[in-house]
Design a protein around this ligand. Structure first.
Ligand SMILES: [Zn+2]
Ligand SMILES: [Zn+2]
Length: 315
């Protein structure tokens, strides 16, 4: 006999138990790495902590010591707004890549608990839970055969055994985050998130502006702290190669190596964009679609953290 008690309902993000994590009361979602030993930084991975250090430490040195000196030595007036704009844009794009939904496809239990199967079918153009009335049996081979209609399978749609849903041809399951992502490119530990259909343009924006920021900041720091940028009294006073200079210069060289790797990554992604491929499609030699990866629409947000879920259905 059915109980007359209404089923309790609460926000989806409160029940999310994936490896990826919601922060700021469900407004931000970031990837599933949490191996960072500094507990107060929560879900940050060590790689993403290194990214933030490579951006914030040289920028702090540049704005606190180098830029004022350059201004005193009659640097172009445009240098201050240009460096500030590049720094703000780099932080914005990094935060946007790190904390936005890369195109998560909600797992089966959340689709059923929110009751938005029909809306998702309308957005995606197919029913991601499979034929109405059919339930997966749990066997990956049987479900792959029975739950994906023949017409969809011919177009490259596949069954995700972990999420118990049918995913589109260019989507993939991220092992680090434990969910499927639309037009999955790769999981990037340096931004602590998947890079997919809904944050790929943020990722490209971040790599582009970070390279320009490095081009402005690193040579200026090297020039100043190697003693070339000092004149008169300062040069006399700091003539010896103080320990702080060695630390700054070594740090600068390490960040420059990281920036060089970023340039190579950026060139590789330009090549991918030009060829309309994702990183995964290139490495697996998949030729799925010629739809552009950068200049295509972001697509709808499928996982809505503020949707109400039926707690009984989820349990
Ligand atoms: Zn999946
Ligand atoms: Zn991921």
């Amino acid at each position: 006999m059915r109980s007359s008690r209404p089923s309790p309902r609460s926000r989806l993000y409160k029940h999310w138990r994936g490896k990826s994590k919601f922060y700021c009361a469900g407004r931000c979602i970031t990837g599933g790495e949490g191996e960072c030993p500094i507990a107060c930084l929560g879900g940050l991975s060590c790689a993403s902590l290194a990214t933030w250090i490579c951006i914030l430490v040289p920028s702090a040195l540049y704005f606190a010591f180098v830029l004022p000196r350059l201004q005193r030595q009659n640097a172009p007036a445009l240098l201050v707004p240009a460096s500030l704009a590049l720094f703000v844009a780099t932080v914005f794009f990094l935060l946007a890549t790190c904390c936005s939904d890369p195109g998560i496809i909600p797992p089966r239990k959340f689709v059923l608990a929110t009751g938005n199967r029909a809306q998702l079918a309308e957005l995606l153009g197919y029913d991601l839970l499979g034929p109405t009335g059919e339930e997966p049996c749990g066997d990956p081979y049987m479900d792959a055969a029975n739950m994906v209609p023949e017409a969809l399978r011919a177009e490259g749609y596949r069954w995700c055994h972990t999420c118990q849903i049918i995913r589109p041809p260019r989507a993939s399951h991220c092992k680090d985050c434990d969910h499927c992502v639309l037009r999955y490119d790769h999981h990037c530990p340096f931004v602590n998130n998947c890079v997919g259909q809904r944050n790929y343009h943020f990722f490209i924006g971040f790599t582009t502006v970070a390279i320009f920021l490095a081009i402005i900041v690193l040579p200026a720091i090297l020039w100043t702290f190697s003693g070339e940028g000092e004149n008169g009294e300062n040069k006399e006073a700091h003539g010896s190669f103080g320990w702080y200079r060695v630390v700054v210069l070594l740090g600068c060289v390490a960040v420059a190596v990281a920036a060089l790797m970023l340039v190579l990554l950026w060139i590789y992604h330009l090549w991918l964009v030009f060829n309309g491929k994702t990183t995964k499609e290139h490495w697996r030699q998949l030729d799925l679609d010629s739809e552009p990866t950068l200049l295509a629409p972001r697509g709808p947000r499928l996982l809505r953290p503020f949707d109400l879920v039926d707690e009984d259905a989820l349990a």
